[in-house]
Design a protein around this ligand. Structure first.
Ligand code: MV4
Length: 593
């Protein structure tokens, strides 16, 4: 049995792994970046070691620094969580080369499943059907036309070395094949460094159904449960549930058995997830994720198993604690990923300090979080605040329970996806399980998240500064009032810096704060930040003549560079930022006269 486990991750998943370690009497080691020196996962751990750096590349993806922490701490096991190094075969090998137990699958299995063509071939070797398609790189767009004529359009062009949906192109008609192929290759090259693409029949309204499997070093393989993760937006899952609704028992068993065959066929050991597309009663192998996934909790809730404990036992060479016959599935579980994003503004990231956090509780409610009140959510890492998970005896009651828990959830200082979850869970399509991977974007639509009903819901951060007629900035607050002895909760718009009453504006802990604006949207003479981000480059100097529409600065936000332009023609009289500065929404960056 392992004595001390280093968790090469941060946030909620690091804490999730440590919780099980603590129950098993295993010591925990955290690692952290400069920004995470006092993060929740660091405070939770028995010991913690600095990796240095701010970005993921400098810290949680720095093999040398992590290996040093393994050696210094004397950890005898490493859990990678999900993301970061979890599906990195070289890191797994570096850990093993250090004589330390890797709590994950063999590097060879990671490699087979990391490459989409080789994973399709592996599924085929195990007699499991993928979506009809090719297993050799496309060399000529004529192959796409021929494939479409044989199997029908649309045809999907996918990056062979890609994943996560990036770079997929859908060809609706033969005449689109050439340009779609060229653009798929270009995107594959820029995202994944390899341009090879292959093709598949494109399913127009599939559900994303995935299978949680577990295998051990003795060659046992078991499927624990299926999950439906169709409620997603731009390949970011929003809601997951287990079991997947509306599958026949025969389909469920067939999918589970297929998933186990794929896993055993590639020499897989430990927890894994086989993704399938399900449409019109048919299912097809899509890809395999060689890690513990974010949504593993819903499988834990219906099986009563601790998947992290099982991972640790399997990594130590012990056999699985269950068999296919002994695994029981009871009731229904739903998970909402609570992200610091603003659904009313296209799910724009909303990093910041959590100024207030009151969590739901009560029957059937579980919270796997990565932050506490007062903690800051950095723009450098993902936006997951935590996962709200419910269990109930059936799906309808699980939906009601989740809506109840979301109503109890109070969080301020950052915007969250909570209003969007409420809209989705209450939607007739979701209740009827009549949704697909295209549902949130194409059928629910962005308007559903900007309607007053969505944004006025409780659990949101105070609105961003509005402006009174006199020009004074206003901030939304909720205050209790009594009328004839009855208590009401009233939303009011108060001055941003009042003498009394409203709590102080949340403090931000950014490397350097620049002067804030009045909260106006920039307007004529000032150039202000339309969103929170980092200055990449200042394009003009004080004294320069600029024209309306001319780019003044480059602001990196949401992993994209945005050129911020002057709204008027004039002279640059002031530049308040330099490259590297962090700015918040509304901050004045330059003044033009
Ligand atoms: C597909 C598909 C339809 N037909 N392949 C997107 C992510 C990547 N893992 C595979 N994806 C898809 N592949 C064929 N042949 C639809 C998707 C897809 C999707 C799949 C799973 C979860 C969400 C999705 C959202 C859009 C498209």
């Amino acid at each position: 049995m392992l004595q001390k486990i280093l968790i090469a991750n941060r946030g909620e998943i690091a804490i999730r792994v440590m919780r099980t370690c603590r129950e098993l009497g295993i010591a925990t080691v955290a690692v952290y970046s400069d920004l995470d020196r006092d993060a929740a996962h660091v405070r939770f751990a028995d010991e913690a070691y600095a990796l240095g750096g701010q970005t993921a590349a400098e810290s949680y993806l720095n093999t040398e620094a992590i290996v040093r922490a393994i050696e210094t701490s004397g950890a005898d096991g490493v859990h990678p969580g999900y993301g970061f190094f979890s599906e990195n075969a070289d890191f797994a090998r570096a850990v093993a080369a250090d004589g330390v137990t890797w709590i994950g699958p063999p590097p060879e299995a990671i490699e087979i499943m990391g490459d989409k063509i080789s994973s399709r071939l592996a599924a085929a070797r195990s007699n499991v059907e993928s979506v009809p398609g090719t297993t050799t790189p496309i060399t000529d767009p004529a192959e796409i036309v021929a494939f479409g004529e044989e199997h029908g359009f649309p045809v999907a062009i996918k990056a062979a070395y890609g994943g996560g949906g990036r770079g997929m192109k859908v060809v609706a008609r033969a005449e689109d094949a050439e340009s779609a192929f060229a653009s798929a290759q270009r995107e594959a090259q820029s995202y994944f460094g390899r341009s090879e693409c292959y093709m598949e029949r494109y399913l127009t309204r599939p559900r994303h159904v995935e299978l949680q499997i577990f295998t051990d070093t003795q060659g046992h393989g078991v499927y624990l449960s299926d999950r439906d993760c169709s409620a997603q937006r731009r390949h970011q899952k929003l809601i997951e549930e287990a079991p997947a609704p509306a599958l026949s028992p025969e389909t469920r068993r067939a999918m589970g058995e297929a998933a186990v065959k794929v896993a055993l066929g590639c020499g897989y050991v430990n927890a894994g997830t086989v993704e399938m597309l399900y449409q019109d009663g048919e299912f097809f192998f899509l890809e395999m994720n060689t890690r513990l996934q974010v949504e593993h909790c819903v499988t834990e809730e219906i099986t009563g198993l601790d998947l992290v404990a099982e991972q640790i036992h399997v990594a130590s060479g012990e056999p699985l604690s269950f068999t296919q016959e002994s695994v029981e599935r009871r009731g229904h579980s739903i998970e909402c990923r609570i992200n610091a994003e603003d659904p009313s503004r296209s799910f724009m990231p909303s990093p910041g300090t959590i100024s207030r956090l009151r969590l739901p509780a009560g029957p059937g409610v579980r919270w796997d979080g990565g932050y506490h009140e007062g903690d800051a959510i950095s723009q450098y890492y993902d936006n997951l605040v935590g996962k709200l998970i419910v269990w109930a005896p059936d799906r309808d009651r699980a939906i009601e329970r989740m809506l109840r828990a979301l109503d109890e959830f109070e969080i301020e200082g950052v915007r969250t996806t909570i209003p969007a979850h409420k809209v989705l869970l209450a939607h007739a399509d979701f209740r009827a399980a009549n949704h697909s991977t295209k549902w949130v974007e194409d059928e629910v639509g962005a308007d559903a998240f900007t309607a007053p009903a969505a944004t006025a819901a409780t659990g949101t951060a105070p609105a961003t500064a509005a402006e009174a007629e006199g020009g004074a900035p206003l901030v939304e607050r909720t205050v209790p009032v009594e009328v004839d002895g009855r208590r009401f909760s009233v939303r009011v718009w108060l001055p941003e810096f009042p003498a009394v009453a409203a709590p102080a504006a949340p403090a931000r802990s950014k490397p350097k704060r620049v002067a804030t604006s009045s909260g106006s949207s920039g307007g004529e003479g000032t150039v202000s930040a339309p969103m929170q981000g980092t200055i990449v480059q200042v394009l003009v100097a004080v004294g320069a003549q600029v024209e309306a529409g001319q780019a003044i600065l480059v602001l990196e936000a949401m992993k994209m560079e945005n050129h911020i332009a002057s709204e008027r023609t004039g002279t640059v009289v002031e530049i308040r930022v330099t490259a590297g500065d962090s700015v918040g929404t509304g901050d004045v960056m330059a003044v033009i006269e």
